[in-house]
Ligand binder design. Sequence first.
Ligand code: NAD
Length: 491
Amino acid sequence: MTSLPSSAGVDERAPAWNLDLLVGDKSVAGNGPELTIPDPTTTKTLTTFATADLSQVDAAIDAARRAFDEGPWPRMSPRERSLALHRVADKLETLQATLSAGVILEVGTPVALADTLQTDLAVQTLREYADRAAEDGTVHLGPHFVPTTSVSLVARRPVGVAAVITAYNFPILLAMRGMGAALAAGCTGVLLPSPRAPLTTLLLAEVFSELPPGVVNIVVGGPDVGQRLTTHPGVDKVAFTGSMAVGAHIMRQAAETAKSISLELGDKSPAVVLPDADLESQVPSILMGYLANSGQSCGATTRILVPRSRWDEFAERARRFIEALPAGDPWAPSTAIGPLIRPEHRDHVQARVDAALESGATVIGKGSVPDLDGWFMPAYLLGGVDNQAPVSRQELFGPVGVLLPYDDIADAVTTANDTPYGLHAKVFTTDLEAGLKVAAQLRVGSVQVNGGGFRPDAPFGGMKQSGVGREYGVWGIEEFSEAQHVQWAMA
Ligand code: NAD
C-alpha cells in the first residue's frame, strides 16, 4: 500500500499544477478571489490560487467569439477538424498519468477508477468525437415540386460559442465529453470546472494548445462566473453537468438570451434484481453500482429493488460485502472507497443517514472508516424504508443505498419509475429476455442488463428531471449543432 505523505508540505505525487487561466492564446493569472484546494484524503492544502474576475470571463468569451466568427476552426473541413482532434487526443493520452494523479489528489477518486473512468474513458471519448467529426452530417432530401421544382439538403452547422460547465466528480471525463463534442461540431468555447476540483482541468490548457487560439478557453470561479457565462449574449450554447438545483438556475439565467441548453443532472437510479438473479456472482457489481467513486457518481444505482422472497439472502450477502469493502488511501490499488469531496458534504450525507435511522431505517451493511484525517464516511446499505422515504428520494451523492422489497415485476417497475429522475438503471437476471422486457419499461436514458459500461459511441443522458439532451458519439455532437435547410430551385 502506498503510504500517504508524512510532511505537511507538497505531496511529491502532485503534478506541477498550472494555476493560470487560458484566455485566447494567453495563460493569465486570475484577478479574482483566491481559492484554496484541499486534498480530501489528507485535508492538507494542495494549492491556493487566484480565480477569474468577471472581466476575464468576458475576455474568454470574446476570444471564443472571435475564434468562431473569424477563425479557422468552424471553417475547416470535417477531415481537418478530425485530424486536429486526434492530435488533441494524442496529447491527452501522453498526459493521462498526470491527469489521473491530479484527480486522485483533488477528488479522492481511488486510483483504479482514476486510471479508467476518469482518464482512459476521456481519451476514448475524444477519439470517438474525432472520428465522428470527419463526417459532415449532411442529409440530401432530393426534389420537391410545390410551388416550383427544388432540391434540398440539410446541413449540420455548429451552434456557435459554447459554455461547458462541469461537476466536480469526474473533471476530465466531463470536460472531454462536453468540450470534445463542441469541438467536433465546429464550435469554440469556454470551459468552467467546479471550484471544488478545478486543478486537473487547468492542466488541460496544455492539451488544447494544439488548437487555434481562442478555440478553447478555461476559467475558474464561483457562481458569479457561471452566471456570467450563462447570461452573456456572446454565448450561444450552455452544456451543463451538475445538480438539479444549479441546472434549474441555468435554465432561468439562459432564458433571457434564448440559449441552446443541455443539462446532465442527478439521479436516484434503480437496480432491479429479478427473482431469478444469480446473487452469488452479481451482488458485488450490484453494490458497486452505487459505491463507486464513494457514491459520487451520477447514475449511481442507490435504490436496489429485490423480490421479497430473496430479501434475506441479498441482505446477508450485501452485509458481508460492505463490511469487507476496502476503504482508505485512494492511491492504494485495492482501495474501493475514498473520501468525500469536502467535510460539509460528508456531514450532509451522514446527517441524511442519521435522520433516516431516527425515522426507523435499519442498517443492513455498514463499511469501515480508515484511520486517516480525510473526509471519509462509512458505506451504508439501509433497509426498513419505503420508496417515499427522503433517503429513497433525494440524491445524496455519497456511499448510501437503500434496499427496497417488491412483490411482483409490475410492482418493481412501478417503484423503479417512481422518482422525479430518469438517468440510468440496471437490471439483474439470468433470463436475458425478461431483463430486456423490464428495461423497455424503465423511464431512463440508459439501462444495463447484467452489466456493461460506458461506451463513447452510445448516448448517455436523462429523462425527466435528470436532464435535457444526450452526451457522447454522434448524439453528443448533435447537441452542439444546428440543422440548416438549404434549398435551391431547379431551372
Ligand atoms: P453543482 O451543481 O454544485 O456544480 C456544477 C457546476 O455548476 C460547477 O462547475 C459550478 O461552477 C457551476 N455553477 C454553480 N453555480 C452556477 C450558476 N449560478 N450558474 C452557472 N454555473 C454555476 O454540482 P456538483 O456538486 O459539482 O456535482 C454533483 C452533481 O452533478 C450531482 O447532482 C450529480 O448527479 C451531477 N452529475 C451528473 C452527471 C450526468 O452525466 N448526468 C455527471 C456528473 C455529475
